[in-house]
Design a protein around this ligand. Sequence first.
Ligand SMILES: [Fe+2]
Ligand SMILES: [Fe+2]
Length: 494
Amino acid sequence: MNNASQTFEYQTINEEAHGASVSEMRSSSAILKLFFGIPKTLQVVGKDNDTFKGQLAKFWERFCEITSDSGTLTIKLIEGRFFVNESLCKITRKTPALEEGISRWQELGVGGVEIRYTPESDSLAMFFEALTQKTDSGATVEQLREMLLDNAIHGIRIFSVEEVGDDQSLKEQRRLQMRRQARTVFFKSMRVVNDITSNSFASKEIKLKQTSSVVRSLVDQVIEDDSALVEMTAIKDFDDYTFAHSVNVCIYSLSIGVKLKLDRKRLSQLGFAALFHDIGKVKLPVEVVKKPGVFNESDWAHMRNHPAIGAKSLLTSFKIDSQVIRAAIVAFEHHMNIDNTGYPVRSNRRELSLFTRIITVADTFDALTSGRIYITDPIPPIEVLRKMLFRMQNKFDHLILKVFIGNIGLFPAGSLVLLSSSQVAVIERNNPMTPGAPVVRIIGDRFGLKDEVELLDLSTEANSQITIKRFLDPQQSNIDLKRFVYKDLPLAKE
Ligand SMILES: [Fe+2]
Ligand SMILES: [Fe+2]
């Protein structure tokens, strides 16, 4: 994977630690867990209990570590991410108490709290107690503030969602973190597919552990925000496209699965099946798989075998369980088409599994937009979607196709476009309510490319005059798209 290793270089440049030090980050996530865990303990044991007192003492210990200079701790929640003292807090896994805390804040309209050091640690205990009290449904931040006053709780301020929501610098931190995380997960997934494919080629038994962990990370990221991952799928110029194709298909499939409200277990199974839908190709002659031109009859004869080979490889390479069986079914069915006009040819009509119907949409979209598989030239995404919706409509589950288009938009993240303002932009993310007016990153204009980018939401009133004129082919436009997808250029100052 020569080109993939070039890609990893891009990754290392970008994945350096940003902002807070590792120990600061640890303290931040520890204090968050305590902050949301203490009210839960309190619900069970009461204020005079030693466990509660011990947790409160630990909270103050962490508090002092974090706030040694200022004596003030702020916790803010912006678009599902926590910021501790204005720095994004990295949480590897959300505990149930944290999840509960987030939904409680959302329910009350709380966007953040500020805690100033006060010798009366009783105040804090009372605050936690107040947080656990049942409030009327429809309770507001105002009522919480009144409760603080009524109970003479000092040193604590509550912010509403609106008060913290306008903080552009925190929003930008979150955006960059999502993008960095997406890159890390994407390249890790490529490595795992590469390793497993090689093991499968050598007919070795494969351990599920690393695959499960990478699929879990992909699921987490897609659930939270899939735009940054979808943007990664826009890069198509890998020497060996097979691995990137598998990861792309996995990302698209998971984004459909999330919209169909599949639970985490199902999403993991779907992601696993998508990553290995083409595993049968490793056993085909390499000159067929990598053939740049149009296939002849003999190439097709080979290619038609990969679904059956893939199903067999999965069943023999992994310890068999329901996830592996589902993946084997997908590998076998993914070129059959819903109208059974594809291959392998069957004498009886076959109903395709839900996973196959999802993965077929994702697979075809990636194959046609990349232009690497079976065809000679990539087709712009909007034309691919049109083709899938009309000329190929009998091959897909229509509902799933519509869910996919609704999610990815007419201009998928990562696409290079020319705007009516003569500016060149990369699509940042789709606006589901206005599919023709996404959020874009302006990377250049008629005078050339810039070293800074500008974020523009085309769905807003202020930008309603600007429209997308057409897609640009990065190669023909001589633009290295990787520079704008694998790196984060600074935002231009207004
Ligand atoms: Fe395939
Ligand atoms: Fe495929």
